[in-house]
Design a protein around this ligand. Structure first.
Ligand code: FES
Ligand code: FES
Length: 80
């Protein structure tokens, strides 16, 4: 697998807590937008974020962002 799976063409906006998050980069996790270990056997590894903010976080759901793991608006340019 060389391209991540697009999970949804919009971010997952979730309230952040002060803790570590592992964002799913492959798109195969059943626990989007976070890693559940399903990337095993692919070229992908999760991106770890040590979050300090308690406000909302817009996690990229399309997996095409240039600012992983966060949404940068790229999803609005995807076809399909
Ligand atoms: Fe996607 Fe771990 S399940 S990166
Ligand atoms: Fe991926 Fe916005 S959801 S760039």
């Amino acid at each position: 697998m060389s391209k991540p799976k697009c999970c949804q063409k919009m971010p997952y906006v979730l309230k952040g807590e002060k803790k570590k998050y592992a964002w799913c980069a492959c798109g195969e996790s059943s626990n989007q937008p976070f890693c559940d270990g399903s990337h095993k056997g692919t070229n992908f590894t999760p991106i770890i974020v040590d979050n300090e903010k308690e406000g909302n976080i817009a996690w990229c759901g399309c997996k095409a962002t240039s600012n992983a793991p966060f949404c940068d608006g790229t999803h609005s340019k995807l076809s399909l």
